[in-house]
Design a protein around this ligand. Structure first.
Ligand SMILES: [Zn+2]
Length: 381
């Protein structure tokens, strides 16, 4: 292993050993570890605690006048789940066959380590940059995005941002958004010996479910930069007792929207389907939009996109194509709320995220670090 591979590998493995499962969310110890590493590199660094045991790790390097570039990744992980399904202990940080194993190795501790690796490369060259380089390893990405929201509410000053997530060293300049709905169908209860005295809300919800499936099949045929839009009925709740005609049934839906789609129109389409079912089934509905995460897109001509393409081509020795991410991530807040042109880039495979026996490749981590470094040099010249 090269010096940088050793450095990045140790950090990834050490971070995996610090359990930061979210829920419950306890990033503070991991944040303290990261701040120590930043200080070793001579970076001005601090812990920003936003709740008990919840924290962002922050660092800033200032080198005179120039642009501001934000590197952001996250310290929390999804829970390891049933540990018996793992063939390696999920918090071992085991290093084997050129890989590091454990919960968070790919999502997102490898990215945190690769970004620190890039900072070490820059520090070793006595910071060949101008302007501000801000490093943030935030908390709560997997649940409420509390860490990034806090960073934005503090008025982080950056002209461009790179979100470190495992993209297998691909560059993503857009991602899909998501909307969650609750549609409650309200009928009339009756004794099940006289079902036609009542109005069965589960039948209405079933009609609705099948119409949603038809819509899902239509959406699947649309091909866009970020993949197809989608809709799924993910939860259904109804009925109280085997001999009572159910008067209420709730359906919960997950709709993924592409940057080309208008969230308001998407909401109206689902509402109309529910209203149509309500009319034919003679039930009432309670329609609720539970959550909207807007999609995000950065112009391909933006300097950050161009710098990332150039950096990745240089390090990987091949031409890189831009991609779009199907899932949502913290980029949505940077683009839609802070209006910072942002890309998503990092080592590790999305397939490993949230999976058992999660791992990340050491070679990919080193290449990721080199690309982060080149992006910084290009933007902060
Ligand atoms: Zn992640």
């Amino acid at each position: 292993m090269s010096e940088y591979e050793e450095y990045i590998t140790k950090i990834t493995s050490d971070l995996v050993k610090i359990n930061s499962e979210n829920p419950p969310g306890r990033e503070k110890e991991a944040a303290e570890y990261v701040v120590e590493r930043l200080k070793e590199l001579g970076v001005h660094a601090w812990i920003d605690e936003f709740a008990e045991k919840r924290a962002n790790a922050m660092g800033v390097i200032e080198r005179g006048e120039g642009a501001g570039l934000l590197f952001v990744s996250h310290l929390d992980t999804v829970p390891a789940g049933n540990k018996e399904l793992w063939s390696v202990p999920p918090f071992s940080g085991l290093i084997k066959d050129g890989k590091i194993f454990g919960r968070g190795a790919a999502d997102d501790k490898g990215c945190v380590a690769a970004m620190l690796g890039a900072l070490k490369m820059l520090a070793d060259e006595d910071w060949p940059i101008r302007g501000r380089l801000i490093f943030a390893a935030v908390g709560d990405e997997e649940v409420g995005s509390g860490g990034i929201k806090r960073l934005i509410s503090q008025g982080v000053r950056a002209d461009y941002a790179v979100v470190g997530e495992p993209t297998k060293l691909n560059i993503y300049s857009a991602h899909n958004g998501g909307i969650n709905f609750s549609v409650k169908f309200l009928g009339k209860s009756a004794h099940a010996s006289q079902p036609f005295q009542g109005i069965n809300a589960i039948y209405a919800a079933s009609d609705f479910a099948l119409k949603i499936e038809k819509l899902a099949i239509r959406l699947r045929k649309k091909r866009t930069f970020t993949g197809s839009p989608s809709i799924s009925l993910t939860i259904i709740k109804g009925g109280v007792k085997s001999n009572i005609i159910p008067d209420s049934c709730e359906s919960i839906l997950d709709r993924r929207i592409t940057p080309e789609e208008d969230p308001d129109k998407v909401i109206e389409t689902v509402r109309k389907i529910a209203e149509k079912v309500a009319k034919t089934r003679r039930v009432k509905i309670e329609f609720k939009v539970m959550r909207v995460i807007p999609p995000a897109e950065t112009d391909r001509k933006s300097e950050i996109v161009q710098a990332a393409l150039k950096a990745a081509s240089k390090v990987l020795g091949k031409k890189i194509r831009l991609k779009g991410l199907r899932a949502t991530c913290d980029m949505t807040f940077l683009v839609n709320e802070a209006h910072i042109p942002t890309i998503i880039f990092g080592p590790g495979d999305l397939k490993q995220c949230h999976a058992v026996d999660e791992w990340v490749s050491i070679e990919e981590l080193r290449k990721g670090a080199e690309i982060y470094k080149e992006i910084a040099v290009e933007i902060l010249k």
